[in-house]
Write a protein that binds this ligand. Structure first.
Ligand code: ADP
Length: 450
């Protein structure tokens, strides 16, 4: 399929929602064309089709951008076989040869950064400025590993026996299955693949179902860079096909290693699958980071840090702070300044609008999860100070919740959205303990820690 299959996306607002600019009624279309806009899988250096296709949606409009080949277990197996075959020659390349090819790939990403960033913005909803940042970040892994490819040194270890020598040689393990998330659809691939290829391994990439276009554009540029057939393979697939494709990638005996970034629940499934053939595994799983403000903090700096840490990619990064613990002495000032910063700095809209800072969430399920956490908190006494509502499609108002307690869901599970819950805490002094009684003190500690 080529660029002619790109469907025009038109936003039709059923109602104008507060918080979404009127400009959202504009027409948005992705103007990236072939060869960077690819819609087939990439196996053994060829673009391949399968029996069916699945739609890729613009999360800001809900409209279909394009349809992509829905690879199944058969295509995944072909990709593993191709990667295994290619491994035998790729591992024989000198470090310098691999380095040169990775460097060319880096140069091509840099050359096409605008178009690659547009692909991210349209398939993942990220504001263009963040998408351009991701491409620079994504390319930097190829640059880094093109240099590190030459430094895979061994070691000589003093032997405990006179008639023995101990030499440590580092060798590529073989085929690596790479399963990546949608929130960094380019960088999560190059971070894993750059290292694997530099070491002499070959890979099969399964990108997230929401964001296959960035992965396929990387395949196009890998080919242009001269990376040999079978070294880098991409098998895009729908949510329905994901478990069967994942099973091949995590159980096939020809696969030596799996590398995954995503939810803890999925990570556990993949580890179980990989256990039977005792594969090596690297897992980067969910987070639940606290942001702690003490009375002694510089409130402006704390607010700046909270804004940066919470609202990047609309709260959809694994390092976004999830729960905010603010000491009682600074609580009111922090909350008041944070609310003002949210009003001043956050602009909802389509990621291709220059002043957008907050795009949509990746899909409606993601928005529903945030809504659920907000209503759970409100039902238990939290106060909505800003936002609190779901807007059109998967847009969520950036939300500030006060009077949050550790009984609420948003302080127990990862949100992955623009929800900022604030918990007030106090530190106890010795005189507090003496005046309130030791039992009450212990109760408070246990309650806070829950
Ligand atoms: P999220 O819920 O944020 O999408 P996931 O962990 O489900 O996080 O998704 C991260 C990646 O894991 C995506 O590429 C997704 O398709 C993939 N994935 C989810 N379930 C499976 C599975 N059973 N086998 C292989 N990959 C999976």
């Amino acid at each position: 399929m080529s660029a002619v299959c790109v469907l025009r996306t038109r936003r039709v607002l059923r109602q104008v929602f507060p918080g979404l600019p009127a400009a959202m009624q504009r027409h948005y279309s992705l103007d990236v064309t072939a060869p960077l806009l690819r819609t087939q899988g990439y196996v053994d250096g060829r673009w391949v089709s399968a029996a069916s296709v699945f739609p890729v949606l613009d999360p800001a409009t809900g409209q279909e951008i394009v349809r992509v080949t829905d690879c199944g277990p058969a295509e995944a197996k072909q990709a593993v076989d191709a990667a295994y075959k290619a491994f035998h020659s790729w591992k024989q390349y000198t470090a310098k040869e691999r380095s040169v090819l990775l460097r060319k790939w880096f140069d091509l990403l840099t050359l096409h950064k605008e178009d690659l960033a547009k692909l991210i913005t349209f398939e993942c909803g990220k504001p263009m400025r963040e998408s351009l940042g991701e491409i620079a970040y994504s390319a930097s892994f190829l640059e880094w590993f093109s240099e590190e490819a030459r430094r895979v040194y061994g070691d000589v270890v003093p032997s405990p026996a006179k008639d023995r020598k101990i030499l440590l040689l580092k060798q590529p393990v073989g085929v690596a299955s790479i399963i990546t998330p949608w929130n960094f659809p380019s960088a999560m691939i190059t971070r894993k693949v750059g290292a694997a290829l530099a070491a002499g391994c070959t890979v099969v990439v399964k990108p997230a179902e929401d964001t296959p276009l960035s992965a396929l554009a990387l395949a196009e540029l890998a080919e242009q860079a001269g990376i040999p057939a079978g070294v880098f393979n991409v098998v895009p697939c729908s949510r329905e096909k994901t478990p069967s494709v994942g099973e091949v990638l995590c159980t096939d005996p020809l696969v030596a290693k799996i590398s995954f970034t995503g939810s803890t629940a999925t990570g556990k499934v993949l580890l179980k699958l990989a256990a039977d053939t005792v594969k090596k595994a690297s897992m980067e799983l969910g987070g639940h980071a606290p942001f702690i403000v003490f009375d002694s903090a510089d409130v402006d700096k704390a607010v700046g840090g909270a804004m940066a840490s919470k609202f990047r990619n609309s709260g959809q990064t694994c390092v976004c702070s999830n729960r905010f613990l603010v000491q009682s002495g600074i609580y009111d000032r922090f909350v008041e300044k944070l609310g003002r910063a949210m009003d001043a700095e956050l602009r909802l809209g389509h990621g291709s609008e220059p002043d957008t800072t907050q795009g949509p969430l990746i899909n409606t399920r993601a928005a529903e999860k945030v809504v659920h956490q907000i209503s759970d908190a409100v039902s238990q006494g939290a106060k909505v100070l800003k936002g609190g509502k779901r807007l059109d499609g998967s847009f969520m108002q950036p939300t500030l919740l006060a009077d949050v307690t550790t009984d609420m869901l948003c302080t127990k599970e990862e949100t992955f959205g623009p929800l900022l819950p604030i918990i007030r805490y106090q530190l106890f002094t010795l005189s507090d303990v003496i005046t309130s009684g030791f039992d009450a003190f212990l109760y408070s500690i246990i309650h806070e820690a829950r």
